[in-house]
Each structure stands twice: as C-alpha cells, then as structure tokens.
Design a protein around this ligand. Structure first.
Ligand SMILES: C[S@@+](CC[C@H](N)C(=O)[O-])C[C@H]1O[C@@H](n2cnc3c(N)ncnc32)[C@H](O)[C@@H]1O
Length: 278
C-alpha cells in the first residue's frame, strides 16, 4: 500500500467536509461517493495529490488525505481495547524496537500494536503475535491486513496461549517481548525462556494492583534487571492568540508501562532488589 504520492486505485482516502466530518472510501475507477452534499467521482481523486480538494456536484469541498496509521488504529473495528498511540510510541523507543528485530507480542487483541511493531521492524525483522481468543485474532488479522493491503510476510499471528510458547515455536530466541494482557506475571518463565540475554521486556498494565504484581514478579524471578515503571500523560493545547491554554479535557489514564532487560543465564541481579512492604 503506498504511503505517499498521488492517489491510486485501491487507496483508502479520508474525505473531510467543511464541518470536519470524516468519510473514508476505497478508490475504484468509475465509482462515485454519494453524500447529501452531492457526489464526488472517484476518478476525480485518482491521480490527485494528497492534500487536494475535491468538489462535490452540489459544491461542497472535501479535503483529501490517506489515513495515517494513527487514523487507522483509532477508527478500525475492535475486539479488545487497543494500545493508544501515546503508549505505542513509548514502546517503540523505550522498547528499542529496531529495524530487523525479532519481536514477540501477546495478546494480539485488535492488532494495533502489531501494526506499529511491523512497521518498525521492517521486512528484515519479524513479529510474532499470539492471541488466545480466536475472535480477537480474527480482528487483528483483518485490521493488519487491511492496513498493509495484504498480510505482511514478516508477521506470524498465532492462536495460542502465551504460556505455552517455546523457542522452537519461534525458530530461536527473540530480541524483544511486549505483553498486553491482564495477568502478565503468570508468564515470566516464558518471557525468560524465549528472550535473548540483554533483550528488552515491556508490559502494559492498566491498574495499580497489576502494576504491583508485575513489578514484584519480575524481581522474584531474579532473571531481569530492576524494572522501571511509568505512565505517560499527554495534554493537548489550544493555541489561539491570548486564549492559548491547555485543552480542558484529556485522556488522563490509559495504562502503566513496565520495562526491564533479561540477564544472562546464571547471573544474579547485581544489587539487592527492593522488597515490597506488605
Ligand atoms: C487488551 S488486548 C491487547 C490489545 C493489543 N495490544 C492491541 O493493541 O490491539 C489483550 C488480549 O490478550 C489476550 N490474552 C489474554 N491472555 C492471553 C494469553 N495467555 N495468551 C495470549 N493472549 C492472551 C486477550 O484475549 C486479549 O485479546
């Protein structure tokens, strides 16, 4: 699927009307887009540059852009809650998702993180996405396939329990593991078994009890360095002359991120791990 350049047949195009309402169409030569504001011929869009305007038969202007990945993630059908862009951005950088990396994630859910990871590792990397629920896996496969225009060859979506994965299933160890599931602390032995020494493990948990359990669980394995935990608050600003100020509303909480790295086999964590007070 092209990410830039003039529009081509098969592209998904977002049309925005003067009231900032969005309409998404897939370009088919000879087809027409109908609204109560008139009709736009797909042929008038094919060959135009992104950022152009198409005028309907009733004189309404529609601004034309392809969907960015964030638009797709936030508008696609969902089986499970998705990881929001502010958090997947953190996972890409803090998780050190590099071009060519072999990354294992679970659960695949709706496929939002899968597509972010797939773009970052590129065709020389590989993403394995495990999902225990078939209906959720179907959402992930459909959403990822729709975004890329086909199922990427460097993606292996699998129906299965993360706790049963072995290195053999993955053709060797992976460089990074990312978990987004309710009780990730039950799967730390699997993370340790499949992650290469030095590899980064990140997990995404929504509540404080989950955060406490995963932090303690990581420390108890003695197979990882002292974990870090944080959340990311994103506050948009309205910038309009003297009215410039933060927006009144924000998504105050999505989840916490936890980060650690696997130690080499037989190595104890170099300093005493903090003990939780009960
Ligand atoms: C919140 S969703 C993941 C959303 C996904 N990260 C995204 O961005 O679209 C959590 C998923 O984990 C799956 N899951 C729970 N336990 C699992 C396990 N043991 N193995 C694999 N998947 C599991 C659930 O079925 C659910 O679909």
């Amino acid at each position: 699927m092209p990410y830039s350049g003039p529009f081509q047949p098969g592209d998904k195009v977002q049309l925005t009307d003067p009231k900032r309402r969005h309409f998404t169409i897939t370009l088919v030569p000879g087809a027409n887009f109908h609204t109560h504001k008139g009709m736009v011929a797909h042929d008038d869009i094919i060959g135009a540059d992104e950022g152009s305007i198409a005028t309907s038969t009733l004189g309404t202007d529609f601004l034309l852009f392809r969907h960015l990945m964030v638009d797709h993630v936030l508008s696609m059908p969902r089986g499970a809650a998705v990881i929001y862009p502010k958090d997947s951005a953190q996972i890409l950088v803090e998780g050190d998702i590099f071009a060519g990396a072999r990354v294992l994630e679970a659960g695949a859910g709706s496929g939002a993180l899968s597509m972010t990871l797939l773009r970052a590792v590129g065709e020389k990397g590989h993403v394995f996405s495990y999902e225990i629920r078939e209906d959720h896996l179907n959402f992930a496969v459909d959403n990822v396939t729709e975004y890329f225009g086909e199922k990427p060859e460097h993606w292996t979506p699998r129906l299965g329990d993360f706790g049963e994965i072995t290195q053999e299933d993955l053709g060797g160890p992976v460089d990074r593991v990312i978990l987004d599931m309710v009780e990730p602390w039950h799967f730390l032995d699997t993370v340790k078994d499949v992650l290469i020494p030095g590899g980064v493990f990140m997990t995404y948990v929504a509540t404080v009890p989950q955060l406490m359990n995963i932090m303690e669980g990581i420390r108890e394995t003695k197979s990882f360095i002292e974990p870090r935990a944080w959340e990311t608050l994103l506050r948009e600003w309205k910038v309009e002359g003297l009215a410039t100020r933060p927006e009144h509303r924000m998504n105050a909480h999505t989840a916490f991120l936890v980060w650690t790295r696997r130690l080499a086999d037989g190595v104890e964590p170099p300093r005493p791990q903090r003990k939780a007070r009960r």
